[in-house]
Design a protein around this ligand. Structure first.
Ligand SMILES: Cc1cc2nc3c(=O)[nH]c(=O)nc-3n(C[C@H](O)[C@H](O)[C@H](O)COP(=O)(O)O)c2cc1C
Length: 142
């Protein structure tokens, strides 16, 4: 089996408009992500809070790199800050082509701190917040 890798990053949203339009933009991202990721063997989880994203994406290196390159060029967000990119033995989110839920208020300071640089220790906390996403109320299709 090919070596699995995982990327964890956070970024600032550029989704335009008010809450309804932002919600539509987010749904479009999720829909496309779930289609593409299911087709390329990627899994992961997305967190979106007050204009910040955090995402973990995992799978075979080639598919992961190709997808993450597209994500980095996507104008719907900016300030993409990679917190970790590493080989892993197993997936954190094996059953999710892209899980999503609006996170609790505790996630916000963690994301903001991560965007301001403190990558190392923050990676673990953000991953924990993304696990909350999966344990908590999701959101539709896997
Ligand atoms: C925050 C964020 C997360 C995204 N996550 C994914 C993802 O997990 N998988 C994916 O294929 N595209 C993701 N995208 C969308 C890509 O940037 C890109 O628009 C899409 O992959 C293009 O796919 P297409 O060529 O099939 O239209 C994400 C975009 C944003 C802004």
């Amino acid at each position: 089996m090919k070596q699995l890798h995982r990327v964890l990053y956070c970024s600032r949203s550029r989704l335009p408009g008010g809450a309804a339009e932002v919600g539509r933009g987010l749904r479009q991202i999720l829909e496309r992500s779930r289609q593409n990721n299911a087709a390329t063997g990627l899994t992961g989880s997305l967190l979106f809070t007050e204009s910040l994203f955090a995402q973990v994406l995992e799978g075979p290196l080639e598919a992961l790199c190709a997808t993450f390159e597209r994500i980095q060029c996507d104008e719907r967000h900016h300030d993409v800050t990679v917190l970790e990119f590493l080989p892993v033995r197993a997936r954190e989110f094996p059953h999710w082509s892209m899980a999503y839920a609006a996170p609790g208020p505790q996630a916000l300071p963690v994301l903001k701190a991560a965007l301001h640089g403190a990558a190392g220790p923050e990676a673990g906390r953000i991953l924990a917040a993304l696990h909350e996403v999966v344990r908590g109320a999701d959101v539709g299709a896997k």
